[in-house]
Design a protein around this ligand. Structure first.
Ligand code: HEC
Ligand code: HEC
Length: 491
């Protein structure tokens, strides 16, 4: 599907236009550095004035933007409450907490975005693996839906099970099925002769509720990403993201970078996709409403059906009682609650950099630039000047993402298109905070499905447009590889 007239306006932002003088200052401030002898100015502050200092505990991702005005802190706290809230089956005596499911993946946002950090794949039998799920679809040409309907969906739904496999359900309704992962070992020999063994996953669905999946079903496994700095990513001017795009690789560096163009249900128009692992959603508010809808089975003004993601063929599921209540705009989640959760999700602070003047970290930073990692993991942006979002307004940020889609080769492919993204493309994930993963999450599973067990494995999985960068790392001396990893750990 293509949108005929792509306009890249930003209805989600209340922007004060940039002056020419500001634009020139910003260009200078965001130019890639060439001096690796010392840290850059403001490099300690990955999220500008919103950066939170002196937090090296498990709670490191759970603090509010450091520049949040005092009078907004209560909204952040209440939003946090709803992010953690365990929803219950309807009907219940607490109408403001009911409406779960009938089908769902988890009962709370926080169950997947654990400690506001990333999720993980199941660790052995018995681990429920709730912090990841499978998206489903079929090739668009095999769908019975009209082109017009498909234009409002990122992909063509699997006819029985929809766009996502819900592996949990309320009593009386069977869950849709269970994700099954099998790993096989893939040895990679490094330049110095040592061998790293990667694990290549294969996905399947067992215990299916209503018969077989479509023969050409596409399964896309996704780990819940970390929640920090999202409001700042939402406030990067679309024009600055598009300035890094090179869809036809006109500069011949082997790296293209394409924007995703998506339908946005909040503003009922096409917009630049930013959120989700394939940039399938343009705003945090819409991504959150989709999470309520598909992950927890709760209605919002954007997705008002009380039955969540049950398809027309799942009749028992559609007929189950819901929690839509008159006092809540006839919804399970009122706009007030959605707005508080959105405000919370926009304002989780990025922790300050650590050890950035360590000579080994500086050496690793130089190697990161030399290896071409910055072609996708763009170090710096300046956010828009915003009238009503003091925390995100006009900040120099260091997210290490270009917010664009890249072909990462067949090894990482899910072979499931989403809007303009094809089955080999993923959005460059931000690397800020990645060095705190062990502290916050107690693990170091990386990439879209958590297959990498540490940072080196994550790099060695890079293929496609990132193949040259990966080869540079594979062939590095052990000392250089160590320095590169140490730099990543300082982010
Ligand atoms: C079952 C696990 C699960 C639950 C529950 C869940 N999420 Fe997520 N979340 C994910 C996954 C997986 C993604 C990536 C989705 C994609 O690629 O489209 C995601 C992405 C996001 C993003 C975009 C982050 C980014 O970096 O692009 C936001 C914002 C978000 N979730 C908010 C929420 C909110 C708010 C809730 C509760 C209403 C919630 N999530 C509940 C798993 C979950
Ligand atoms: C062509 C663009 C591109 C280049 C070049 C590139 N990356 Fe990536 N990187 C990505 C994408 C896209 C992903 C997500 C892939 C996935 O999840 O399957 C990723 C993921 C990662 C991750 C895991 C992040 C997470 O949150 O799980 C790390 C670490 C990383 N890259 C480091 C590097 C380093 C170091 C280099 C240079 C040697 C590099 N990347 C070069 C695009 C790129």
């Amino acid at each position: 599907m293509t949108f005929a007239s792509a306009t890249w306006a930003e209805p989600h932002l209340n922007v004060v236009p940039r002056t020419a003088a500001e634009a020139a200052r910003i260009a200078a401030a965001t130019a890639p550095t060439t001096d690796f002898t010392k840290p850059e100015q403001f490099e300690t502050h990955p999220s500008g004035a919103a950066t939170k200092f002196d937090i090296r505990t498990r709670d490191a991702f759970s603090f509010a933007s450091a520049n949040m005005p005092f009078e907004r802190e209560m909204d952040f706290k209440v939003g946090n409450g709803f992010f953690k809230k365990l929803w219950v089956t309807a009907p219940s005596s607490t109408v403001s907490s009911d409406g779960l499911g009938p089908l769902y993946n988890a009962r709370a946002c926080q169950r997947c975005h654990i400690k506001d950090g990333r999720g993980h794949p199941p660790e052995g039998a018995g681990d429920e693996g709730v912090s990841m799920f499978l998206r489903l679809s079929i090739p668009a040409e095999q769908s019975d839906l009209t082109e017009e309907t498909l234009a409002y969906l990122g992909a063509a739904p699997e006819p029985t099970y929809g766009l996502q496999l819900q592996d949990k359900s309320i009593p009386g309704i069977a869950p849709e099925g269970q994700m099954q992962i099998t790993y096989s070992e893939v040895p990679v020999t490094l330049g110095d002769g040592s061998v790293v063994t990667l694990r290549a996953p294969e996905y399947d669905v067992v215990d299916l509720q209503s018969g077989a999946l479509h023969p050409d079903v596409q399964l896309s496994p996704r780990i819940a990403p970390q929640m920090i700095g999202l409001g700042l990513l939402e406030a990067i001017p679309a024009a600055d993201i598009l300035a890094h795009a090179d869809p036809d690789d006109a500069d011949g560096d082997g790296i293209s970078g394409r924007p995703n163009m998506v339908w946005n249900h909040e503003f009922d128009r096409e917009m630049l996709g930013r959120f989700g692992l394939k940039a399938g959603s343009a705003t945090i508010r819409e991504q959150s409403a989709m999470a309520f809808h598909a992950d927890i089975g709760l209605s919002t003004s954007m997705f008002p059906e009380g039955y969540g993601e049950c398809t027309a063929s799942q009749t028992a599921c559609r007929a189950a009682p819901d929690g839509n209540t008159p006092e809540q705009q006839n919804l399970e989640v009122s706009d007030q609650v959605l707005n508080l959760v959105t405000f919370y999700s926009r304002n989780l602070a990025v922790p300050a950099r650590r050890n950035l003047d360590d000579p080994e970290v500086l050496r690793g930073k130089e190697l990161f630039y030399d290896a071409g990692c910055t072609s996708c993991h763009t170090p710096k942006f300046v956010t828009d000047r915003l009238n009503d979002q003091a925390e995100q307004s006009f900040q120099l940020i260091w997210p290490y993402t270009d917010m664009l889609l890249h072909d990462m080769g067949p090894g990482l492919a899910d072979n499931r298109p989403e809007w303009q993204a094809n089955g080999q493309e993923w959005r460059t994930p931000p690397l800020w905070g990645i060095g705190m993963t062990q502290t916050v999450s107690g693990h170091t599973y990386f990439l879209h499905d958590g297959r990498a067990r540490n940072l080196l494995e994550a790099i060695l999985w890079h293929g496609g447009e990132a193949e040259a960068a990966r080869e540079t790392v594979r062939l590095m001396t052990a000392a250089d590889r160590g320095a590169l990893i140490k730099f990543l750990e300082s982010l």
